[in-house]
Design a binder for this molecule. Structure first.
Ligand code: C5P
Length: 413
């Protein structure tokens, strides 16, 4: 008897236990989704389909409920049973949320938080990686409004499955064709792999500024927002790492089941918590802008204004990164940051060596949009072998992906 050839794309059970939520919006490329659902189901995944109100104009719920084995959900409640379709539960249930095809209209709603249907509301509740496969006519895709929304969605940290060039349903030829289901399937596999990349690893992150008290009212601080460190913590957690985030005073908050947030105020407090947690960590990334000096003694009461010029005597704070560099074992990775204004590469290279780092992330205040008080950053990574990688100006979330990619590469080698 002739043996059946195994399709190289998938094998049975490779997605067993994985939950894939697929949102379908009103676009002709919806006809490709049944093939994707077949591939996912054959690989053992659980699939739940969500329709936007327009999706049923392009494909029938019956087709997709038959293939997925689950009723297709469109409304906030089921008029027959009277039951609510909980967007929060759906958002928490999914390991991956794919919206394909995603129209210009739905992307606009996602960017602006217009939660007027079950699909967008679920998107706002989703905690898992979000993949978006836009499909539309090329002029719509090229429109500055669409481009701005796509850029914003990338900034949010979502994966955009870029449409391909080719013949479009309008008869025109250009960019706008949704990616083929076999390719989307592979992208889903890659994302699931990424999610587990740092499973069983513990990462220690410092973020934000420190405040060094002068008296109960005043302090020495700096402009660090903490966004870079929080973005790294989130990226590490999304790849399965257990994260301990030690944060100086910031307005940011973070909620992720893998992240333990410890708030501190001064360099001394940050030092104590970092040293305490370092030995149990596989990786430490010190992105905090720690004050280099602190007043010798904080005045117990508010210092009164007088006609005399006050003098505040300063002493150095402990260098957390340098201390961790001394304690580091061969199984641990240590990463530092350098914010420089001149001789950037040379100074960062010296820090890398002196503090016994595996790599250092350099940002220069000379670069527009880099460093403090920006949602963007432009970094250069220098590693132990003096390999230098320069990156474009990107959102801090995207920079976090580059940093974690580098780290994952080092862990693998
Ligand atoms: O030497 P410099 O302060 O420029 O080095 C910056 C790097 O050192 C950053 O990674 C920062 O988080 C870390 N650092 C530290 N403790 C300090 C000062 C800086 O961990 N007291």
């Amino acid at each position: 008897m002739q043996k059946r050839k195994t399709n190289s794309l998938w094998s049975h059970n490779m997605l067993t236990g994985k939950k894939i939520l697929i949102g379908i919006t009103g676009g002709i490329a919806a006809y490709k989704i049944p093939t994707l659902v077949r591939l996912l189901k054959k690989a053992g995944a659980e699939v739940q389909i969500l329709f936007s109100p327009m999706a049923h104009e392009f494909i029938t719920p019956l087709t997709l409920s038959t293939l997925s084995g689950n009723p297709v959900l469109t409304d906030f409640h089921n008029p027959e049973t009277g039951e609510w379709n909980s967007h929060v539960e759906l958002g928490m249930w999914a390991d991956i949320f794919l919206v394909a095809p995603v129209t210009a209209s739905t992307m606009g709603k996602m960017v602006n938080g217009i939660a007027d249907n079950l699909l967008v509301t679920t998107y706002l509740s989703a905690k898992c990686p979000v993949l978006l496969a836009p499909a539309m006519d090329m002029d719509m895709y090229k429109h500055p409004s669409t481009k701005a929304n796509v850029d914003k969605l990338k900034e949010f940290g979502h994966v955009i499955i870029e449409p391909k060039e080719g013949e479009l349903a309008s008869g025109l030829c250009g960019e706008g064709r949704m990616e083929e289901p076999e390719e989307i399937f592979k992208i889903i596999l890659d994302q699931l792999k990424k999610k587990a990349e740092l499973k069983n690893k513990t990462a220690l992150i410092t973020a934000g500024p420190t405040y060094e008290a002068i008296d109960p009212v005043r302090f020495i601080g700096n402009h660090s927002s903490g966004l870079m460190g929080y973005s790294i913590a989130e990226e590490l957690a999304s790849r399965g790492a257990k994260v301990i985030l030690i944060s100086g005073p910031t307005h940011l908050n973070i909620e992720h089941s893998n992240i333990k947030l410890i708030r501190v105020e001064s360099a001394d407090e940050m030092y104590d918590v970092a040293v305490e947690n370092f030995s149990a960590s596989d990786v430490a990334i010190m992105s905090a802008a720690v004050a280099d000096y602190k007043p010798v003694k904080a005045a117990p009461k508010k210092i009164k204004k007088t006609t005399k010029t006050p003098e505040i005597k300063l002493i150095t704070t402990p260098d957390i990164l340098a201390e961790l560099g001394k304690q580091k074992t061969k199984d641990q990775l240590l990463i530092g940051f350098a914010l420089e204004t001149d001789n950037e590469l040379e100074n960062a290279g010296k820090k890398l060596k002196n503090k016994n780092l595996d790599f250092i992330v350099l940002n220069s205040l000379k670069d527009k949009g880099a460093g403090f008080r920006h949602a963007t950053n432009k970094v250069t990574i220098i590693d132990k072998d003096q390999k230098i990688e320069k990156f474009e100006l990107k959102s801090k979330k995207e920079v976090a992906v580059d940093i974690v990619d580098k780290l994952v590469g080092l862990l693998a080698s």
